[in-house]
Design a binder for this molecule. Structure first.
Ligand code: MN
Length: 498
């Protein structure tokens, strides 16, 4: 048994208490055992920062416990670099910590260290990651936590490496976190990466936040107390009111959209009202408007119409003591979902019941399609399908009967038609979106009711469709049918019957 210094013991205590908040029966001794095992295995190793190596797995496990992960995942976080970087193996981990933890660490080993060495190597590594994700999604949670600590200690690496890791963190890791609805970890990855990607813009954007917070100091102090009192008077069940500033990377994106004119951005500071129920949300919105005049066209009901990534809240921008302030209103349950995403949901073990996805969160359903992408041989096509189909936001559209169809953002009626059935796709001559005839290349929006106009005499797709379809399903069906038709053509001309 190794001796643990005070800071280490404190970190371990925090990890254990985070785990117990989720599961009062969490095994604290096992956490200590895993730490000692990892510390022994990594003994003598140092990171680029000069710190002992064990700091890294400890930080990884701490993040995982903050993400509300289960016991096996947190313990695997402590052990995640043991099989690759030390003389101990996955079998040693299995003997000491059981099959589940060993399975997770071997998932991490299979991923290998993702290193950018030309597109081939890069795509191979991505494939591995997505296959591992489909096997056990918890492996990617460990990668998130691992990556976050690596980003936080990126300063010690050469500039070229910093840029590569930062870019990949935003393009791949944060994109996956977004698809999983894990906005907390998504924003942390983005903001840490931003620092290295565009250091000057980072400093500029950060100064905007500091200036705004200073300007609105009084508002932050007084308004939440005032609103809280009003909510109580009207018997609205308020849980808490907090202030928060916009995340730096998302502020940066908005700033670029507005041609670097920060005066057009109203939501640097937001006051967040957390209430008990959905009706409380609307009641709270009414109370805010009663006391502060809303800006026209700035009331957004993402509860009735969630954003494509699933985000829900009521937003309104108001004049408040000579300043412009955004209010965000949501329930406690929605707030928790926003913080933790699917990780607060324990039902991600879809492997347990013979690959049965039945009970899994709908936001995870796309993960089971990931191995399908791995079969795409061409690297460029693979990357494109992944970025468009797997990592992009989703829209939800309806059939005339009211069935919900989930498609990648930017999908067209042709994608919709092939999603329903190959024959419907082949015979599609047009579409009615919300009862209006539209061209087949039109991008659908969440909430659209889509009716495909069919011509029974038409049995072949148009090769033009390949220019705008978004889904791999539509693309591969159209290509397959056209290819077969060409072969038949050639056959019949060979046979002299054309
Ligand atoms: Mn690591």
């Amino acid at each position: 048994m190794s001796t643990r210094d005070k800071a280490t013991q404190e970190a371990l205590d925090t990890i254990i208490s985070n785990m117990r908040a989720r599961n009062p029966q969490a095994d604290g001794d096992l956490v200590l055992l895993a730490y000692d095992f990892a510390a022994e295995a990594h003994k003598g190793q140092v990171r680029m920062t000069g710190e002992p190596y064990i700091i890294h797995p400890l930080a990884t496990a701490l993040t995982l416990s903050e993400m509300n992960m289960d016991e096996a995942t947190v313990i695997a976080g402590l052990l995640h670099d043991v099989p690759e970087d030390t003389t101990y193996t996955v079998e040693d981990i299995r003997k000491n910590f059981g099959d589940e933890v060993a399975g997770l660490t071997s998932g991490i080993v299979k991923l290998g260290k993702i290193k950018y060495r030309g597109i081939e190597r890069y795509v191979e590594n991505l494939r591995k990651m997505f296959v591992a994700m489909a096997e056990d999604i918890r492996v990617v949670f460990i990668k998130f936590a691992d990556r976050l600590h690596n980003l936080r200690t990126l300063g010690a690496l050469p500039r070229e490496k910093q840029l590569r890791i930062a870019t990949e963190s935003i393009e791949i890791y944060a994109a996956i976190a977004n698809r999983l609805g894990m906005w907390q970890i998504k924003s942390e990855l983005e903001d840490e990466a931003f620092k290295y990607l565009h250091p000057e813009d980072y400093a500029t954007v950060k100064s905007y936040v500091d200036i705004d917070l200073e300007k609105k100091k009084e508002i932050i102090k007084k308004v939440p107390l005032f609103i809280k009192k009003k909510l109580e008077q009207e018997a609205v069940n308020a849980v808490r009111i907090e202030s928060r500033h916009k995340r730096l990377w998302s502020l940066y994106q908005k700033w670029l959209e507005h041609e670097k004119d920060v005066s057009k951005i109203y939501d640097i500071l937001a006051l967040r009202i957390i209430v008990k129920t959905i009706p409380d949300c609307y009641a709270a919105l009414g109370i805010v408007h009663q006391h502060y005049k809303p800006l026209k066209g700035r009331i957004k009901d993402y509860i009735a119409n969630p954003k494509p990534n699933g985000y829900r809240s009521l937003h309104t921008t108001v004049f408040c003591e000579r300043h412009v302030v955004e209010f965000q209103i949501r329930t406690e349950a929605i707030d928790r979902e926003v913080e933790y995403g699917i990780s607060s949901n324990t039902r991600w073990h879809y492997k347990e019941k013979g690959g049965n996805m039945g009970k899994v969160d709908r936001r995870l359903a796309w993960v089971k399609d990931l191995p399908k992408f791995a079969a795409i041989a061409d690297h460029e096509t693979y990357l494109r399908s992944l970025k468009i189909e797997a990592l992009q936001n989703r829209i939800f559209v309806f059939t005339p009967k009211g069935d919900v169809i989930e498609l990648p953002e930017g999908s067209t009626p042709i994608d919709f038609a092939y999603h329903l059935h190959t024959h419907i796709g082949n015979s599609c001559v047009g579409a009615k979106v919300n009862d209006v005839l539209v061209p087949v290349a039109t991008a659908l929006m969440s909430g659209d009711v889509v009716e495909i106009v069919l011509d029974k005499n038409r049995t072949l797709p148009s090769s033009d469709w390949l220019k705008f379809v978004k889904t791999t399903t539509a693309r591969s069906k159209i290509k397959g049918i056209l290819k077969r038709r060409n072969v038949l053509h050639r056959l019949s001309s060979l046979l002299g019957r054309s």
